[in-house]
Design a protein around this ligand. Structure first.
Ligand code: FES
Length: 192
């Protein structure tokens, strides 16, 4: 039994395992889906997956901690990644990062807010250098030509979204936000 994943969430975990197959080669696809569903890989889930696939828990924990795409710590509903690749760095990624953290209300040394609304991370190039500096949200929405002001406005839009829609709708409203769209949209969430 997985205490923190009883009921519907537990059923989803089993669905993911069944869909991918109970074989060791399914481990990474399963972890990817579990992380997409729960935003991180809880310890009890890793143990459960290990048992289901007939793998030693240490092997599953090893994979979960080796790859940067996986997190064993809870993440916020909105994972905001501020690109700090070269193109973004020279165009002010640090100030954008600072503005996002401040708007999210993050304490020094923290990446995730206590209410699990925001996780803010600095990452390497996300492949949209022509739009530098770039911010992504949940690896789906991409915002380019960011300024401190736009970064703060983005966080406020996401906060509002969380308040208005407490239960996340995966994939809803995902897209690419350009500076032009944002300018036309004002504070209203162009790409969201
Ligand atoms: S350096 Fe930021 S998108 Fe490439």
């Amino acid at each position: 039994m997985v205490p923190a994943f009883e009921g519907r969430r537990f059923e989803k975990l089993n669905d993911i395992i069944e869909r991918n197959g109970r074989t060791p080669s399914s481990l990474i696809p399963i972890l990817q889906e579990v992380q997409e569903e729960y935003r991180y890989l809880p310890e009890e889930v890793l143990t459960y997956v290990a048992t289901a696939l007939g793998l030693p828990p240490s092997a599953v924990f090893g994979v979960a901690t080796f790859y940067a795409q996986f997190s064993t710590e809870p993440k916020g509903r909105f994972v905001i990644k501020v690109c700090d690749g070269t193109a973004c760095h020279v165009r002010g990624a640090d100030t954008v990062h600072f503005a996002v953290r401040r708007a999210a209300g993050l304490e020094p040394g923290r990446k995730t807010t206590d209410d699990l609304t925001f996780t803010v991370e600095q990452v390497n190039c996300v492949g949209a250098c022509s739009m530098a500096p770039v911010v992504t949200v949940n690896d789906r929405r991409v915002y380019g030509d960011m300024t401190q002001k736009e970064a703060a406005a983005l966080v406020e839009r996401l906060r509002k979204e969380a308040e208005e829609e407490p239960v996340p709708t995966e994939g809803a409203g995902d897209g690419v936000g350009t500076a032009g769209e944002r300018a036309a949209d004002g504070a209203g969430g162009a790409a969201g």
